[in-house]
Write a protein that binds this ligand. Structure first.
Ligand SMILES: Cc1cc2nc3c(=O)[nH]c(=O)nc-3n(C[C@H](O)[C@H](O)[C@H](O)COP(=O)(O)OP(=O)(O)OC[C@H]3O[C@@H](n4cnc5c(N)ncnc54)[C@H](O)[C@@H]3O)c2cc1C
Length: 389
C-alpha cells in the first residue's frame, strides 16, 4: 500500500510553520508504523491498544497543548494536527488523547491546586497514569445541568453518591475527574481508582468506538478528602470549559477520519474497473462524490486552521468551536458514507478502514455535544435566543 501523503487541494500546508509540519510528520509516522498494523484487530476484538500509551506520552501527544508539568507546550495548530493524524488512525486513539489531555489534564491544570498538579500532570503527560472525565449520567446527556450525582460535605471529606455513564477510559483510569452537585452548585472532584465506594464496569456490545474503553462509574458513599476537590472549578461552566477544549481537538480529528475515507475511495476508484474496462473514477457520478468530499475536507481544514490561530491568541469563542466540531464531524460522516458507497461491496469489509471510521463517527457526532446541540449553540449566537428547552 502506497504511504499516505496527506490531502491538500488548496495549498493549506503553506499555512503551517516548519515546526507544525514537523509535528504532523511525527504523528503521521507514529500512526503509520504503530497504529495501522494493529487497529483492525483491535476493532475486531473490541480492545484499546494500550501498548501505544507510553509512546504517545514520549512523543508529547498527551496534554500536548498544555504548558509545564512535563507537557509538550505545543501551539494549538500543532496539537490539532496531532489529533488529525491520530483520528486518521482511529477515533478511539484520538478519543484517548482528547480525554487525557482536554478533559483530565486541562481541568487539573486550570482548576487544580498545586499539589494536585504536581501529583498528576507529569504522570498523565508521560502516559504513566490514565484519566477519565465523568459528566454524563444515565438520565442526563445533552443536559448535564440536571445531574443527580451529589457530593455532601462531611467534616474533612466529601461523600459522593451517583452514577456516570458512557465514560471513555473509565475502567482503565487511575484517576477520574467527576462532576457532582453540592449545596454550592456543581463542583469537580478527583477520585482515585480503588477509593472505597467507587466502582466501574465496561459497556459492551458497541458497534462504534470498539477500539476504545467506554464505561459506567458508580459512587456509593464514596469518600474523598477535602483536598480532592478541584478548588478552581465552580459551576457547570468549568466542566463546559473542558468540553470546549476537547471539541476543538475533535474538529481537527474528524478531518483525519475524512481524509482516510476520501483517499481510500480515490485510490480504489482509480483501480477498480467496470464497463468497458474503464476505472469507475472515470464516471461523472463517481467524480461528483470525490469532488464533494475534497471540497468539504478543504473547507474543514480552513475552519480548523483559523480556529487554531484564534485559540493561540486566546480568541476562540466556544460558539466558534461548536461550528468547527459540528461541521467537521458532519462532513467526515458524509465522506465515510460516500466512500463506503464508492467501494461497493468491498466497502463493508474491514479490509478497508471505511466502515470502522463510519461507525466511530456516529459516536463522534453524538459525544461532546450532539450535532443538534451545536446547531442550537450557533443558533443562539446568531439570534441571541436560546432554544434548548
Ligand atoms: C463512545 C462514547 C464515549 C463517551 N465518552 C464520554 C466521556 O468520556 N465522558 C462523558 O461525560 N460523556 C461521554 N459520552 C457521553 C456523551 O457525551 C453523550 O452521549 C452526549 O452528550 C449525548 O447524550 P445522550 O447520549 O444522553 O443523548 P440525549 O441527550 O438523550 O440526546 C438524544 C437525541 O436527542 C437530541 N436532543 C437532546 N436535547 C435536544 C434539544 N434540546 N434540542 C434538539 N435535540 C435534542 C440529541 O441531539 C440527540 O439526537 C460518551 C458517549 C459515547 C457514545
Amino acid at each position: 500500500m502506497e504511504p499516505f501523503r496527506g490531502v491538500d487541494y488548496f495549498g493549506i500546508d503553506s499555512l503551517f510553520s516548519e515546526q507544525e509540519l514537523l509535528v504532523r510528520r511525527t504523528a503521521r509516522q507514529f500512526v503509520e508504523e504503530r497504529c495501522m498494523p494493529l487497529i483492525r484487530d483491535c476493532f475486531r476484538e473490541a480492545r484499546f491498544p494500550s501498548e501505544l500509551i507510553p509512546e504517545m506520552g514520549r512523543l508529547g501527544f498527551l496534554g500536548a497543548n498544555l504548558e509545564g508539568y512535563g507537557c509538550a507546550g505545543m501551539n494549538n495548530v500543532e496539537y490539532g494536527l496531532v489529533m488529525q493524524e491520530l483520528e486518521r488512525g482511529d477515533s478511539g486513539l484520538r478519543s484517548f488523547a482528547s480525554v487525557q489531555g482536554a478533559l483530565v489534564m486541562y481541568p487539573i491544570l486550570t482548576f487544580g491546586a498545586e499539589e494536585q498538579k504536581q501529583r498528576w500532570l507529569p504522570r498523565l503527560a508521560a502516559g504513566e497514569a490514565v484519566g477519565c472525565f465523568g459528566l454524563t449520567e444515565p438520565d442526563f446527556g445533552s443536559n448535564p445541568a440536571g445531574m443527580r450525582t451529589r457530593a455532601r460535605r462531611d467534616g474533612d471529606c466529601w461523600v459522593l453518591n451517583g452514577e456516570k455513564t458512557w465514560i471513555t477510559n473509565g475502567t482503565a483510569s487511575d484517576i477520574a475527574v467527576v462532576w457532582a452537585r453540592t449545596d454550592d452548585g456543581i463542583r469537580g472532584f478527583l477520585v482515585e481508582k480503588g477509593t472505597p465506594g467507587f466502582t466501574s464496569s465496561d459497556i459492551h456490545g458497541k458497534w462504534s468506538m470498539r477500539a476504545s474503553v467506554t464505561s459506567s462509574l458508580s459512587f456509593s458513599d464514596c469518600r474523598v478528602r477535602a483536598e480532592d476537590q478541584l478548588p478552581g472549578a465552580k459551576g457547570l461552566k468549568s466542566a463546559l470549559m473542558c468540553l470546549t477544549q476537547a471539541r476543538y481537538g475533535i474538529g481537527w480529528g474528524a478531518i483525519g477520519a475524512a481524509m482516510d475515507c476520501y483517499e481510500t475511495a480515490r485510490r480504489y476508484t482509480l483501480i477498480r474497473k467496470q464497463f468497458d474496462d474503464r476505472p469507475i473514477a472515470s464516471h461523472q457520478l463517481v467524480q461528483e462524490k470525490l469532488a464533494w468530499m475534497i471540497t468539504e475536507i478543504t473547507k474543514a481544514q480552513l475552519l480548523a486552521v483559523q480556529a487554531g490561530r484564534l485559540k493561540d491568541r486566546g480568541k476562540a469563542d466556544p460558539a466558534q468551536v461548536s461550528m468547527l466540531k459540528r461541521n467537521n464531524v458532519a462532513i467526515a460522516l458524509e465522506c465515510a458514507r460516500l466512500s463506503r458507497d464508492l467501494l461497493g461491496a468491498n466497502g463493508i469489509t474491514d479490509e478497508y478502514p471505511i466502515m470502522r471510521h463510519l461507525c466511530n463517527l456516529e459516536t463522534v457526532k453524538t459525544y461532546e455535544g450532539t450535532d443538534h446541540i451545536h446547531l442550537l449553540v450557533i443558533g443562539e449566537r446568531v439570534t441571541g435566543i436560546p432554544a434548548y428547552k
